[in-house]
Design a protein around this ligand. Structure first.
Ligand SMILES: O=C(O)CCC(=O)C(=O)O
Length: 256
């Protein structure tokens, strides 16, 4: 049966989805991926400048290179819960870890759909690896605003700031083991990490399998786009996505 909170709000938090043993494994795997050396043709690491120095802001395209994590995110209860909300079998479209170390940047109000090409609708499963609070930079959602198509898209691919500031925002804090599911049209944003602890989150994005498996094409396209994001434009220099929502101080070519 369709979930009413999901339909009304455009997001759904499930507390304690992962056991403490599973959380320990997820924390270990995220720490492993963070230690991987940068490459130009496998996983992608993005860096930002923080008050403590240069830190990872994001890693992506790591699933093919981490067998245990791959198993967790491509079969079993995560795919099952996403497929239930999708009302048909889902397939992984993309994955990322946002580390948000102390002082790490937040994200301007946006919808994901403008950045997620090739397929019209996606569902993302956020896994809280660390606690996410208003202080450490949890997500805020504009509850119920997921049924309005694209909302006031600006030149950055985000929601125009005047429109965003008139929206009602609900903070959705999470603790390790919680998941938070949201569709690609729900407006969301987050603040910088003002705490002393990292706020690591895994984001797994899925689409309906009936619309095809686009994961490789997505990363091929993103790699091509990033080859053109140079310091020539201040906006592009900051981007870690095809939309310019990241508000941290991106550092390119770190340790490459
Ligand atoms: O991790 C966050 O704080 C928000 C991330 C987000 O909305 C995104 O990466 O599109």
């Amino acid at each position: 049966m369709p979930n009413t909170d999901w339909q009304n709000n455009g997001y759904l938090k499930i507390s304690g989805f992962f056991s403490s043993e599973e959380v320990a494994a997820l924390q270990k795997w995220v720490a492993e991926i963070a230690r991987w050396e940068p490459t130009s043709d496998k996983w992608m690491h993005h860096y930002e400048s923080t008050p403590d120095g240069i830190r990872l802001s994001r890693s992506e395209n790591f699933v093919p290179y981490h067998a245990a994590l791959k198993k967790t995110v491509t079969r079993g209860k995560v795919v099952d819960v996403v497929s239930a909300l999708m009302e048909e079998p889902a397939v992984l479209y993309k994955e990322k870890i946002n580390y948000k170390y102390p002082g790490g940047g937040g994200y301007a109000a946006h919808q994901d759909a403008p950045a997620y090409e090739f397929v019209p609708f996606h569902i993302t499963c956020l896994i809280s690896v660390d606690a996410a609070t208003s202080e450490s930079g949890c997500l805020y959602f504009a509850q119920g605003r997921h049924q309005e198509g694209f909302i006031a898209l600006d030149d950055n691919g985000c929601i125009a700031s005047q429109v965003a500031s008139d929206m009602a925002w609900t903070a959705v804090p999470t603790v390790p083991g919680d998941i938070l599911l949201f569709g690609s049209y729900i407006p969301h944003k987050s603040g910088a990490n003002r705490s002393n602890s990292p706020r690591r989150i895994i984001y797994l994005t899925y689409n309906a399998l009936s619309q095809g498996d686009w994961r490789e094409k997505y990363y091929q396209d993103k790699r091509q786009a990033f080859a053109h994001y140079t310091k020539a434009s201040a906006t592009q220099a900051r981007q870690i996505s095809k939309i310019a929502h990241f508000q941290g101080r991106t550092v390119r070519n770190h340790a490459e």
